[in-house]
Ligand binder design. Structure first.
Ligand code: ADP
Ligand code: C5P
Ligand code: MG
Length: 209
């Protein structure tokens, strides 16, 4: 069920597009709203491949890439990395996965991300999951996440909240105007949030794992 997009996914070197049918769900929400946590549950139950834009950028820093220092500085300031960098990483991960269903987590983060991804890949999301959570709760979660992230400190967290309000919420509004947003109360406990999420994915699923 649902629309499956016949997307032209050009490879990272810009060679001829290979046509592949893919289903994409964008997973959005403020920092600490629980995107990564819920994506892990969705992967386990519904066989999607989870692509976190933030994780891909952090891996790019670790790999010693020439963009590493620029990415690291932007993450430290809570700023959004230029779309061409992030989209190249997403395209590569899509191609390497061998899967045809993807959760793209933390992307698109601004209008530039959204428009560039759409024009480069031709992919239109099946729907957009929006984890709605108060700043107070997100701040509490980020300060106790303990994953050694350089951006989980109070100064950077405040900057990330500002970027979310100014740049990311308008993207959610855009998809809302297209009837694509599925808003979820993410302040609830993890299991309760997943019950709501599950109900959205079950109709799309041919087999529940
Ligand atoms: P995001 O990917 O949106 O930044 P994470 O999934 O990494 O958020 O969650 C941030 C922190 O909050 C993690 O330590 C996670 O275990 C915790 N967390 C996630 N969802 C919930 C929830 N519903 N209730 C309480 N804590 C949560
Ligand atoms: O989603 P996550 O919290 O892992 O993102 C961490 C940081 O990675 C963001 O604050 C931002 O600096 C960077 N990022 C980005 N563009 C994206 C996703 C993340 O620049 N689309
Ligand atoms: Mg995350």
């Amino acid at each position: 069920m649902g629309t499956v997009v016949d997307a032209a996914i050009k490879d990272a070197n810009g060679s001829l597009p290979s046509h592949k049918k893919v289903t994409v769900v964008f997973v959005l929400g403020g920092p600490g709203s629980g995107k990564g946590t819920q994506c892990a549950n969705i992967v386990e139950h519904f066989g999607y491949t989870h692509l976190s834009a933030g994780d891909l950028l952090r891996a790019e820093i670790k790999s010693g890439s020439e963009n590493g220092t620029m990415i690291q500085n932007m993450i430290k300031e809570g700023k959004i990395v230029p779309s061409e960098v992030t989209i190249r990483l997403l395209q590569r991960a899509i191609q390497e996965s061998g899967n045809d269903k993807f959760l793209i987590d933390g992307f698109p983060r601004n209008e530039e991300n959204r428009a560039a991804f759409e024009s480069v890949t031709g992919i239109v999301p099946e729907f957009v999951l929006f984890f709605d959570c108060s700043e107070e709760e997100m701040e509490r979660r980020l300060l106790s996440r303990n994953q050694g992230r350089e951006d989980d400190n109070i100064d950077t967290i405040r900057k990330r909240f500002k970027v979310f309000l100014e740049s990311s919420l308008p993207v959610i509004d855009y998809y809302d105007s297209k009837g694509k947003v599925r808003k979820i109360d993410a302040t609830k406990p993890i299991e309760e949030v997943f019950e709501t999420v599950k109900a959205l994915f079950t109709p799309l699923s041919d087999k529940v794992i």
